[in-house]
Design a protein around this ligand. Structure first.
Ligand SMILES: [Zn+2]
Length: 113
C-alpha cells in the first residue's frame, strides 16, 4: 500500500506537473516538507555553509574543499554533529542528507507502523 502523502506543490511545481502529467490540473498547495533556509560563506573561514529545514529539524553543513566537512543537526533538545568527506558541495549535501536520514529515522517510533 502506498504511503500517505502530505501534499505540497509550489507555484513552479504546479507549472512543471501540469507539463509532465497528461490529465493534470495541479494547483499550488501546502507547505514544503524540505526547505533550503540559506547558503552563506562561513563567518570564520569563508567556506560555503548551507542551512536546511527538513520536517521541522534544522540541518547545517560546512563544506571544506580539502576533505573534512562538518554537518550538524538541531532538533530542539537533540543535537548531533559528524564529519563527512566530500568532493564537492553537491556531494556533501547528498551525504549530509543521508546522515540526517540515518540518525533521525533511528529515533522515530515505528511500533504502530
Ligand atoms: Zn571552513
Amino acid at each position: 500500500m502506498a504511503e500517505t502523502v502530505r501534499r505540497y506543490v509550489s507555484e513552479a511545481g504546479a507549472e512543471a506537473f501540469n507539463d509532465l502529467r497528461i490529465y493534470a490540473s495541479v494547483m499550488p498547495e501546502g507547505n514544503p516538507p524540505i526547505k533550503m533556509l540559506g547558503r552563506l560563506p562561513s563567518e570564520e573561514c569563508g567556506c560555503p555553509e548551507e542551512l536546511w529545514r527538513i520536517e521541522g529539524i534544522d540541518l547545517l553543513f560546512h563544506f571544506e574543499a580539502d576533505g573534512k566537512s562538518e554537518a550538524f543537526v538541531f532538533a530542539g533538545d537533540f543535537e548531533a554533529e559528524t564529519t563527512l568527506t566530500a568532493r564537492t558541495l553537491n556531494d556533501l549535501r547528498a551525504k549530509a542528507f543521508q546522515w540526517f536520514a540515518d540518525i533521525i529515522d533511528m529515533g522515530e517510533d515505528t511500533s504502530d507502523g
